[in-house]
Design a protein around this ligand. Sequence first.
Ligand code: FE2
Length: 137
Amino acid sequence: MTFFKWDKNYESGNDIMDGDHKILVQMINDLYVEMAKGDGKKIVNSIVNSLVDYSKNHFRREEKLMKAFCYEGFEKHEAEHDEFIAKVSHFLKNINSDSITVDVAVFLKDWLSNHILTSDKKFAYYLDFKKTSDRIV
Ligand SMILES: [Fe+2]
C-alpha cells in the first residue's frame, strides 16, 4: 500500500506546481519505505538531503510566480515555506538519534498535503483568476 497517495484534489491546475508536488510526494514515500525498514540511516539521510534541496528549489519557483503576479498572500506563504525548511533541517541534524521514527514521514505527509490543499490551492486559484482576467481586460 502506498503511504502517500497522490490525489486528484492535490491538482492545482498549474503544471509546474503539480509536477514539483508529485516529486515531493514520491520523495516522502521513499523516505517512509526506508524508515519503516528501520535500517537505513544513511539512505534516510540522503533522501532527506534531496528533499531539502528539492523543496528549496520548488519553493523558490512558487515564490517567483507569486512575486511576478503580485500575490498579496506572498509573505504568509513564504513564512510557511521557511518554517517547513527549518523543521526538515532540524530533523536532518538529529537523523542519527535513535528517537527518529516514521512519525517524521507522517509529519511531512500531513504538512505537504495540508499546504497543497490550502495555501497552494489558494494561490493557484488567484493565479488562474489573474491570467483569465488579464485576457479579458
Ligand atoms: Fe507553497
